[in-house]
Design a protein around this ligand. Structure first.
Ligand code: COA
Ligand code: AMP
Length: 633
């Protein structure tokens, strides 16, 4: 089948298409229907089917006689460690840790928060939860205690699993004090905390609450996988929205397994003998789908990397990894390649390594800017694929479907809609844009399997945030256009979400932190262009009458405050004092206009503006402060 036939089959008969794909995974009890209505009125996938995701990712391959094959390769330049786990070994670790969790009282439906660095134990903890039918929620290590506390209160976990430290380049980040502080700040109190002690830093444990990972493992026995319904939640992954409160994206077991299994073959062209490396973090959706679940469900080998593209120790890290582990597919964010290019513009490191195993480089997390695309293509001489997706969808919405048909590339485009995603550009309800015309990108319902099934504890947020804007469609929050050959071009967000180094962040959340400062009357946080990280947040702040603080001192305090409340990952480094912010007559800050000024785009001044002269004033100030930088990102 070519792409077109496959795509048409997926959108015209989704029921049959996905029921066929569901036959490719092992079920304890196979589903008889693909799409049905959930209790909350939304769609659900494979109702009636029973399976276990950890069983699929591990036992299935061991039972098929592939236990001695490599499942997970851990490579950590920051600790100078490499370790390969076979499927037999990984199954044993996961089943034993699941036994340990069960011994602590964790059972089906319980939530478990995992706050861990990029070590195999993070994947083991995720798979162990899945084995018991417990719902894991992994929180990225770059978030501060306060963010962790917010997630603890929303997910109400029975346990937290962490490690003594993370290692960021040359820095050690003690995790345990962060977890303790988060638990102290949260209203919900978990029953305990499991701590993996790393040799680099020992955490102090409280024997009445904390459990040592190693001792638990020594005293536990492996347990088998429990049956769960296809529609039971596998995990919650929090992502930024427009408000300060993150959204708990819920993923089911059945749809997720079918979609990821399909995507490994159809999009990445991976088979069981391949080695797949997603250079992301388990705290992000890419890490969930393509470090842990996708490659293992497929029975391939996944690579887990505890390091950076540069600085650990140099800009040759990616190429060294490819040669050392004979990696076939590399997946990373464009910002990583911009970082490499900055340090090694001529690609001298690339020449030092044998990249013959590498078939394709995939990029996502932000738009792949054409200069980075061309540099990577020219220097590596490998196909480079931009593919677009979101935490909510769990797998790519648009891609060059390399396993079905390798299509021509158009730089700046994430290629064509992947089978299952009926992508449209809308200008309003029931008004589709013409080819080449910009609009809001929406996906006609039903969404394919693997996408979010609800927002944890707040289904109305899914309905209001995604399904209300266009009846019968899921709104992606991105805008762009589709050209006359069906290629999709994503141009940016329609909301106040920004993308910093491939990380999705809420400006609203940062504004809440700034607004809490006693000197600040009003503020707005916008994303400015940055040649390395794509975007960087900047705070525009208006002082209260009589506030007596130096701008540089205020900036220092605000930077520290955001770091403490949200975390270093926010990369909040600049705040400038403004005399006024452009507003509507009803007092709403015109954020879109500020974004347009920052991006050096044509400005559309709305007729509702209170005082048009405020636009020139703020534009001049932003230019003076060097915030308007038209870079090609
Ligand atoms: N735990 C604790 N702190 C973390 C962290 C973690 N897991 N990840 C990042 N941080 C910290 C960093 O140490 C840094 O702190 P600092 O302000 O004290 O220096 C801060 O958060 C910002 O980190 P980052 O944005 O990663 O910046 P960097 O300068 O360290 O690295 C890049 C720049 C481009 C190399 C890096 O951002 C990168 O590799 N990005 C790819 C992102 C990605 O894979 N996204 C997933 C989508 S596919
Ligand atoms: P996240 O949920 O963190 O994966 O972020 C999803 C958002 O990142 C999308 O809604 C887009 O705004 C952006 N994004 C991800 N991948 C791409 C891409 N390939 N091209 C353009 N934008 C992207």
């Amino acid at each position: 089948m070519n792409y077109k036939q496959e795509y048409i089959a997926s959108t015209t008969s989704p029921e049959q298409f996905w029921l066929d794909k569901a036959h490719n995974i092992e079920w304890f009890s196979a589903p008889e229907t693909a799409i049905s209505s959930a209790e909350n009125g939304y769609q659900s996938w494979f109702k009636g089917g029973q399976l276990n995701t950890s069983y699929l990712a591990l036992d299935h391959h061991v039972n098929a006689g592939r236990g001695e094959k490599a499942a997970l390769i851990y490579d950590s330049p920051v600790t100078n460690t490499t370790r390969t786990y076979t499927y037999n070994e990984l199954l044993n670790e996961v089943a034993t840790f699941a036994g340990a969790l069960q011994g602590l009282g964790v059972s089906k439906g319980d939530r478990v928060i995992i706050y861990m660095p990029m070590i195999p134990q993070a994947a083991i903890a995720m798979l162990a939860c899945a084995r018991l039918g417990a719902i894991h929620s992994v929180v990225f290590g770059g978030f501060a205690a306060n963010e962790l506390a917010v997630r603890i209160d929303d997910a109400t976990p029975s346990f937290i699993i962490t490690a003594s430290c993370g290692i960021e380049g040359a820095k050690q980040i003690p995790y345990k004090p962060l977890v303790d502080k988060a638990i102290e700040n949260a209203s919900h109190k978990p029953n305990g905390c499991v701590v993996f002690q790393r040799p680099q830093l020992h955490a102090e444990l409280d024997s009445s609450f904390d459990h040592d990972w190693h001792s638990l493992m020594e005293n536990s026995s492996p347990v088998s996988a429990v049956k769960v319904d296809a529609t039971d939640p596998l995990y919650i992954l929090y992502t930024s929205g427009t408000t300060g409160k993150p959204k708990g994206v819920v993923r089911d077991n059945g749809g997720h397994a079918v979609a990821l299994h399909y995507s490994m073959g159809a999009l990445y062209g991976i088979d069981k003998n391949d080695i797949f490396w997603a250079a992301s973090d388990v705290g992000w959706v890419v890490g969930h789908s393509y470090i842990v679940y996708g490659p293992l469900i497929k029975g391939a080998t996944s690579v887990m990397y505890e390091g950076k593209p540069v600085g650990t120790p140099d800009a040759g890290a990616f190429w060294r990894m490819i040669e050392r582990h004979s990696i076939n597919i590399l997946f990373a964010a464009p910002t990583a390649f911009r970082a490499i290019r900055k340090e090694d513009p001529e690609g001298e490191f690339i020449k030092q390594y044998d990249l013959s195993s590498l078939r394709t480089i995939f990029m996502a997390g932000e738009r792949l800017d054409p200069p980075t695309y061309y540099w990577t293509l020219e220097k590596t001489n490998k196909p480079v694929v931009d593919h677009w997706w979101q935490t909510e969808t769990g797998w790519p919405i648009c891609s060059n479907p390399m396993g079905i048909e390798s299509m021509a590339t158009k730089p700046g485009s994430s290629s064509v809609p992947t089978p299952g995603f009926n992508v449209k550009v809308l200008k309003g309800p029931d008004t589709e844009a013409e080819p080449g015309e910009k609009g809001s990108i929406a996906i006609q319902l039903p969404l394919p399997p693997g996408c979010l099934s609800t927002i944890w504890q707040d289904h109305s947020r899914l309905v209001n945030g995604y399904l209300r804007e266009f009846e019968g469609y899921y709104s992606t929050g991105d805008n762009g256009y589709i050209d006359d050959e069906g290629y999709v071009f994503i141009m940016g967000r329609t909301d106040d979400v920004i993308n910093v180094a491939g990380h999705r962040l809420s400006t609203g959340e940062m504004e809440e932190v700034l607004a809490a400062h006693p000197a600040i009357a009003e503020c707005s946080v916008i994303g400015i262009n940055d040649a390395l990280k794509g975007q960087l947040p900047v705070g525009l702040v208006l002082l209260k009458d009589g506030a007596n603080i130096e701008e540089s001192e205020l900036e220092k305090e605000l930077v520290a405050q955001v770091r403490q409340s949200i975390g270093p990952v926010a990369c909040f480094k600049r705040a400038i004092v403004v005399k006024r912010l452009p507003k509507t007559r009803s007092g709403k800050i015109l954020r879109k206009l500020l974004r347009q000024i920052a991006a050096d785009e044509p400005i559309s001044v709305p007729s509702t503006i209170d005082d048009p002269s405020s636009v020139d004033e703020i534009a001049a100030l932003m230019r003076d402060k060097g915030l308007v930088e038209a870079v090609n990102v």
